[in-house]
Design a protein around this ligand. Sequence first.
Ligand code: ADP
Ligand code: MG
Length: 157
Amino acid sequence: AAMRHLPYFCRGEVVKGFGRGSKELGIPTANFSEQVVESFPSDISTGIYYGWACVGNGDVHKMVLSIGWNPFYKNIKKSVETHIIHTFKEDFYGEILSIVITGYIRPEKNFDSLEALISAIQEDIEEAKRQLDLPEHLKLKEDNFFHLPEGKIVNNH
Ligand code: ADP
Ligand code: MG
């Protein structure tokens, strides 16, 4: 069921999140606005996904993405957060983030400790890197979606 909507193309502005301290953990997550999240299929499974991401008209990088319940809205709305596997010189709040979600890793989980959470995320990142090198995922890195003018929203591609 998690795979039904994949590959999923999405483009939108990066907004301030709710300060869960992702950056302090070394894994900053670029949050999409509520409006972009609302445009996702309502039945898309929460959990950890991977794919490709590009900020503005910059390079396309590997990413891991979480679709989760948004604590700010008492867990009745979702949040969509992208960790790009690349070191950026500066934050990019307000910029347009383009992503294509190509695969699913696992459902959301609760962790007993911060260490357990961080090591799970490190494993997700390693899994994403491996999967994205496979031809069926790698080919989407070159998709025209990443070269279209930003006005063209290509959900349901
Ligand atoms: P917030 O709660 O505002 O989302 P985070 O701690 O999750 O704060 O940090 C996210 C911000 O960090 C992004 O909006 C972006 O501007 C910046 N950032 C820097 N490097 C990355 C990266 N590799 N992946 C995602 N966001 C990054
Ligand atoms: Mg974040």
